[in-house]
Write a protein that binds this ligand. Structure first.
Ligand code: SF4
Length: 191
């Protein structure tokens, strides 16, 4: 596993000891602020965004990233998981800590976990942008093995009319509710 750049900075051990020994989930924000502060001083590119695909299973009217899931031409131009990982290693070596994975719809990629799992093992804090419609129980369980730092499912309105003429709203809302239920299931306590 790569050692993140900030752990090599002068003073990191004492800051970490002081701020993280009582750490709980709610203490996460100060750590993020400190990482951004240090990265700004060092001019480190601490945030990255990988757009994994232009394909999406929905066609929201306001969107420009909605190529068909079956679009072979687009699929052929997408970088492989190995190519993204190589880029991620370079980015981590140059200071990336926070990585957003977005599309299109990221879960259309059959090799998603070939990329996602190694990224989490590199120490990156991964955020996922997804429309939520492809999150099955199996997929949620797989994500739970190494949960993303954050997952964002955007709803562009509260009614189907907002989404017209796209069928996206009726497609999204039940699946978002299901995904929410799956992910809010309490995890077993750590030993
Ligand atoms: S779900 Fe997201 S990526 Fe897909 S068409 Fe709608 S806004 Fe675009």
């Amino acid at each position: 596993m790569c050692k993140p750049f900030w752990t090599r900075l002068p003073g990191w051990d004492s800051w970490h000891h002081e701020h993280c020994r009582r750490s709980t989930t709610s203490d996460y924000a100060p750590l993020v602020r400190e990482l951004h502060r240090r990265a700004a001083i060092l001019r480190q590119p601490v945030n990255g965004t990988f757009e994994l695909t232009e394909r999406c299973n929905l066609t929201c009217r306001m969107c420009y990233v909605y190529q068909a899931p079956s679009d072979r031409v687009r699929r052929a131009t997408e970088l492989s998981a190995a190519a993204w990982l190589e880029m991620a290693h370079h980015a981590v070596d140059n200071g990336m800590v926070f990585l957003l994975l977005t599309g299109g719809e990221v879960f259309l990629r059959p090799d998603f976990f070939e990329l996602y799992t190694p990224l989490t093992r590199m120490g990156l804090v991964v955020t996922l942008f997804t429309n939520g419609t492809l999150i099955t129980g199996t997929l949620a369980a797989r994500l739970a093995e190494a949960p993303p730092g954050r997952t964002e499912i955007t709803l562009y309105g509260a009614t189907a009319a907002t989404y017209e003429p796209s069928p996206a709203f009726p497609a999204v809302t039940p699946d978002v509710a299901q995904a929410s239920t799956r992910w809010s299931t309490p995890r077993p306590a750590r030993p």
